[in-house]
Design a binder for this molecule. Structure first.
Ligand code: COS
Length: 389
C-alpha cells in the first residue's frame, strides 16, 4: 500500500525503504511466526541486515558508515517493523547501544568501536536494573577504580541484544553517594573476564529480540573504556535516550502501518451478509480512524527526526512526543486491527495479534509513556517560564 505523500524522502531514503521492504517480504515474513513462537534469535536475518549495509545507517562516514542521519534510520526501522518489530530490534537496539559512543565517546573510542558496528557487530545499551527502571539514577551496579582499570559488580536486567551483542555500553556507579551525578558509562566487550549472561526473558511480544540479564562479577575494564569521565553517566544516558526515542517511535509507526495494511486488505476480501465487510460504514469509519492516527504519528515522527538532523540541541520534548504519540497509536491501531479481523484476528494464522503484542512494549521501554509525558510537561513549563510562548 503506497502512502499518498512520500514525505519528501531523499533518493537514499527511498532506496533504504525499498531494501527494507525486500528483506521484509522475502526474508522476514516467511519466518516471523517461527521466531515469535520459539523466541530464538534470528541470526540469518541479522546477517542479511549487515549484508544490506543497514548497520551503516546510524554511523558517520568517517567511521565506515553512511552518515548517521536520524531520518534515514527512522525510514529503515519503520519499514522493517511493518513486518516484524522484534527482528528489526536487533538493528536499532544496536543503534541504542552505539549512541553513548557516538554522542559522548572520545575519538580513540569511536575509531575503535564504530567501524566494527558499521560492519554488523551487534551492540547493546545497559542501563536498566531490577530497581532502576523509570528511576534511571537508581543504578546499583558499581565501578571501583583500581589502578589503570575499573572493577564492575552488579546485574543489568532486560537488556536488548543481551548475550548476542559483542559491545555493551554499561552504566555503573563510581560514587553512589552522589546519586545521578555519581553514575558513569563504560564500554564492555563480550568475553571480558567476570562478564557473563543470566536469565533470558520469556516475553509477551518482540519475541525474536534477545532480552537478557548481564552479570558483572569483579569484571575488570580498562580506564580507556570510560566514556566522558566519571560522574557523567546520567548525562550520557539522558542524551542517548533523547536520541534513540525516535527509533522506538518509528518502530511503533511501522507496527501500526503493518496492522492497518492487513486490516484494510482483509476488509475487502472478507464477505459477510453477501458483501465485503468494508461496505459496512461502522467498519469503514474504524479503518478511517486507524489511518488518520497512523498519518498523524508519521508526521510527528518524521518532523522529530528532521529536527534532530538539523543539529537542534533541545530535542528532549520532541523526541518524547514522537515516542509517546506513535506508541499510543500503535497500541490503538493494532487493537482495532484485531477487531476488524474478528475471530481470525485473534488467531495466530494472521499477524495482527502478534502486532498487538509487539505494540505494547513501545509504550513501556526507553521510558514509559508516563515518563515521556513528564518530560514533555516539564519542558512546556520551562519554555513558558523562559517566555518561549
Ligand atoms: N539531557 C541531558 N541532561 C539531562 C537530561 C537530558 N535530556 N535530562 C536530565 N539531564 C540532567 C539534568 O540537567 C541534571 O543534571 P545536573 O545534576 O547537572 O543538574 C541531571 O541530568 C538529573 O536530572 P533530573 O533531576 O531532571 O533527573 P530525574 O531524576 O528527575 O529524572 C527522568 C529525569 C525521569 C526524565 C529520567 O530519570 C528518565 O528519563 N527516566 C526514564 C529512564 C528510561 O527511559 N528507562 C528505560 C530504560 S533504558 S532503555
Amino acid at each position: 500500500m503506497e502512502n499518498t505523500l512520500n514525505f519528501e524522502l531523499t533518493d537514499l531514503q527511498l532506496e533504504i525503504k525499498e531494501i527494507c521492504r525486500t528483506i521484509g517480504e522475502e526474508k522476514i515474513v516467511p519466518v516471523r511466526g517461527h521466531y515469535d513462537e520459539t523466541g530464538e534469535f534470528p541470526h540469518e536475518i541479522v546477517k542479511a541486515f549487515a549484508e544490506a549495509d543497514l548497520f551503516r545507517i546510524f554511523i558517520p562516514e568517517e567511521y565506515g558508515g553512511m552518515g548517521g542521519c536520524t531520518m534515514d534510520l527512522v525510514v529503515a526501522v519503520e519499514e522493517l517493523c511493518k513486518y516484524d518489530a522484534g527482528i528489526a530490534l536487533s538493528l536499532f537496539g544496536t543503534g541504542l547501544g552505539t549512541l553513548p559512543i557516538l554522542l559522548c565517546a572520545n575519538e580513540e573510542q569511536k575509531k575503535r568501536y564504530l567501524p566494527r558496528i558499521a560492519d554488523g557487530t551487534l551492540a547493546a545499551f545497559a542501563l536498566t536494573e531490577a530497581n532502576a527502571g523509570s528511576d534511571a539514577a537508581g543504578v546499583r551496579t558499581t565501578a571501583v577504580k583500581d589502578g589503570e582499570s575499573y572493577v564492575l559488580n552488579g546485574t543489568k536486567q532486560w537488556i536488548t541484544n543481551g548475550g548476542e551483542a559483542e559491545i555493551y555500553t554499561v552504566c555503573a556507579m563510581t560514587d553512589r553517594a552522589k546519586g545521578a551525578r555519581g553514575a558513569s558509562f563504560f564500554i564492555v566487550e563480550k568475553g571480558a573476564p567476570g562478564f557473563t549472561f543470566g536469565k533470558k526473558e520469556n516475553k509477551m511480544g518482540i519475541r525474536a529480540s534477545a532480552t537478557r540479564e548481564l552479570v558483572f562479577q569483579d569484571c575488570r575494564v580498562g580506564k580507556e573504556n570510560l566514556i566522558m569521565g566519571e560522574g557523567r553517566g546520567f548525562i550520557v544516558a539522558m542524551k542517548t535516550l533523547d536520541a534513540s526515542r525516535p527509533s522506538v517511535a518509528a518502530q511503533a509507526l511501522g507496527i501500526a502501518q503493518g496492522a492497518l495494511e492487513v486490516a484494510v486488505k482483509y476488509s475487502r476480501e472478507r464477505r459477510q451478509f453477501g458483501q465485503p465487510i468494508c461496505a459496512n460504514q461502522g467498519l469503514l469509519f474504524l479503518l478511517s480512524d486507524m489511518a488518520m492516527k497512523v498519518e498523524a504519528a508519521r508526521a510527528l515522527v518524521y518532523r522529530c527526526a528532521r529536527y534532530m538532523d538539523s543539529g537542534a540541541k533541545d530535542v528532549s520534548k520532541m523526541s518524547a512526543m514522537a515516542k509517546c504519540f506513535a506508541s499510543d497509536t500503535a497500541m490503538s491501531v493494532t487493537t482495532d486491527a484485531v477487531q476488524v479481523l474478528g475471530g481470525y484476528g485473534y488467531m495466530k494464522e494472521y499477524p495482527v495479534e502478534k502486532m498487538m503484542r509487539d505494540a505494547k512494549i513501545t509504550q513501556i521501554y526507553e521510558g514509559t509513556n508516563q515518563i515521556q509525558r513528564d518530560v514533555i510537561g516539564k519542558a512546556l513549563i520551562r519554555e513558558a517560564s523562559q517566555g518561549v510562548f
